[in-house]
Write a protein that binds this ligand. Structure first.
Ligand code: SIN
Length: 312
């Protein structure tokens, strides 16, 4: 069975990887994702120029009954140089995504310049969608700002570059963001980041479950699957075919991976469930995916990728 994918000339021997933010802050965590026999790549924690401790704890919470998670991590990361050191020294057969999330347009452009001038030969993810930095709105909800940063970035950046998007909830917004993204030679879009600024309450104490931002945080896991699939599907129908799609959100079973691919995902990222289950999740998900593919009589992902049926 062929569970491979290709983006910008990079071959992925397995269809899954971690979502940025989960198991990717330290070299040890990144190594553990790469070491799994069931991952196709790894993505680094989205980096800022300088090390950030992130928001105060508690900043991550798992809802009961595997409903999902809420987090307001606030981009804790080891700083750009740490990840640059990791990716340039790492001898890996698997492609590496270097994710960045500057707190301003200029910070993002400065990091992209450094990546352009470096020996790094993998893929770069520009995260325009972190909902958890107090006072910093998600750039990709501002269409003018998104167009502006991509215009400036592609004026000099020549390595494979993609963007991490927040979920959109309106057909007009799918049209608007796709019209902007289609103007640029993007290697991929990654959809979705967590659904920003949800609120979860503890039944016993009538208190929010995370401390930052008065309890508001990004929602992930089972709760977000329908929104994630809608975004993968809507963007696959609108984006130039050269722009590949990484589907992220709501993946807890092999069927969820299958559904992302059915909607058009080339690769699938696992976030909340990786945090809950650890790196062994990839083996289970791949086995469940392979069982479904076998039962349906397919032998490769390409046979059903994007082949979602609608009711006539
Ligand atoms: C965080 O660190 O708060 C999450 C990162 C993200 O949502 O992009």
């Amino acid at each position: 069975m062929n569970l491979t994918a290709t983006i910008a000339g990079f071959n992925f021997e397995h269809v899954m990887l971690n979502a940025a933010g989960v198991m990717c802050q330290t070299a040890e965590e990144l190594d553990s994702v790469l070491a799994s026999a069931h991952t196709g790549a790894v993505v680094t924690k989205s980096a800022t120029t300088n090390l950030r401790p992130g928001n105060p704890a508690p900043r991550y919470y798992e809802l009961p009954n595997t409903l999902g998670t809420i987090n307001s991590m606030g981009l804790p990361n080891e700083g750009f140089d740490y990840y640059m050191d990791y990716v340039t020294k790492k001898q890996s057969q698997k492609p590496i995504f270097f994710s960045i999330a500057g707190l301003s347009k200029q910070e993002n452009l400065d990091m992209l310049h450094q990546l352009q001038d470096s020996e790094f030969s993998g893929l770069v993810e520009l995260n325009l969608s972190c909902p958890n930095v107090p006072g910093k709105p998600q750039t990709a909800y501002d269409f003018e700002a998104t167009q502006a940063i991509l215009t400036e970035a592609f004026a000099f950046f020549k390595k494979p570059l993609g963007v991490k998007l927040p979920p959109y909830f309106d057909i007009v917004h799918f049209d608007d963001i796709a019209n902007i993204l289609n103007q640029f030679p993007l290697a991929f879009v990654n959809t979705i980041n967590s659904i920003g600024n949800g609120l979860v309450i503890d039944d016993d104490t009538d208190t929010v479950v995370i401390k930052p931002k008065g309890g508001f945080g990004g929602i992930g896991g089972t709760l977000v699957k329908a929104t994630a699939l809608a975004n993968v599907r809507a963007l696959r129908l609108r984006l130039n075919p050269e722009i590949k799609i990484i589907g992220t959100g709501g993946v807890t079973s092999g069927r969820d991976v299958y559904d992302h691919i059915l909607c058009g995902a080339d690769l699938v990222e696992v976030g909340s469930q990786l945090a809950i289950e650890g790196v062994a999740v990839f083996e289970r998900l791949e086995r469940e995916l392979a069982d479904i593919i076998t039962k349906k009589g397919y032998s490769s992902l390409a046979e059903f990728r994007g082949q979602l049926k609608v009711i006539a």
